[in-house]
Design a protein around this ligand. Structure first.
Ligand SMILES: [Fe+2]
Ligand SMILES: [Fe+2]
Length: 173
């Protein structure tokens, strides 16, 4: 071991002892999902509350870039595993997630195509998208995460996080 690696390892131990930042490779997928949910929910609230056409337009683009890779990677990494669990209820939860993702992405595509971002139609669609996503995230964090905690170890969930990050990079928005 070189002096440099011993120093780096000592640094990690100190950080670990202080409850500091983990290596990305050890991150639990639930932490990544939570941070991304918070981000998209805050962007959606800004969109609904915004009274500026240009800001609304740019928020739609930011929501698209945050939401689409998240949902596609989540389907491969999380939902396909949940669909593979024993029991009818897990399969229902899995299909429900897929369906809600597709409803959210259809609604977002409608929003992205709409002309006047200050029109009542745009405002209504933005509100529906926020409701859809808030509902979806609520259920996901309760039902799906409970299944992940119950059926997968911390090590499995760190592996899922690595797969999730790699899958997101492959999604074209
Ligand atoms: Fe999610
Ligand atoms: Fe989701």
């Amino acid at each position: 071991m070189t002096i440099r690696t011993s120093l780096e390892n000592a640094g990690k131990t100190v950080l670990g002892a202080l409850g500091g930042r983990k290596e990305p490779a050890e991150t639990d997928i639930l932490e990544t999902l939570e941070a991304e949910h918070d981000e998209v929910q805050s962007l959606l609230s800004k969109l609904v509350d915004s009274d500026n056409a240009r800001e609304r337009h740019s928020l739609v683009n930011r929501i698209k870039k945050a939401l689409i890779p998240h949902t596609k990677a989540e389907e491969k990494t999380v939902y396909d595993r949940v669909l593979g669990l024993a029991g009818k209820d897990a399969k229902i939860d899995g299909h429900e997630g897929y369906l809600e993702h597709s409803l959210a992405s259809e609604t977002l595509a409608k929003l992205a195509k709409m002309r006047g971002p200050m029109s009542p139609e745009f405002s209504a669609t933005a509100k529906v998208l926020r409701e859809l996503i808030n509902h979806h995230i609520g259920e996901e964090e309760r039902n799906i995460w409970a299944r992940l905690r119950e059926n997968f170890s911390a090590e499995d969930r760190a592996q899922m996080n690595r797969e999730f990050e790699a899958a997101k990079k492959r999604v074209k928005v």
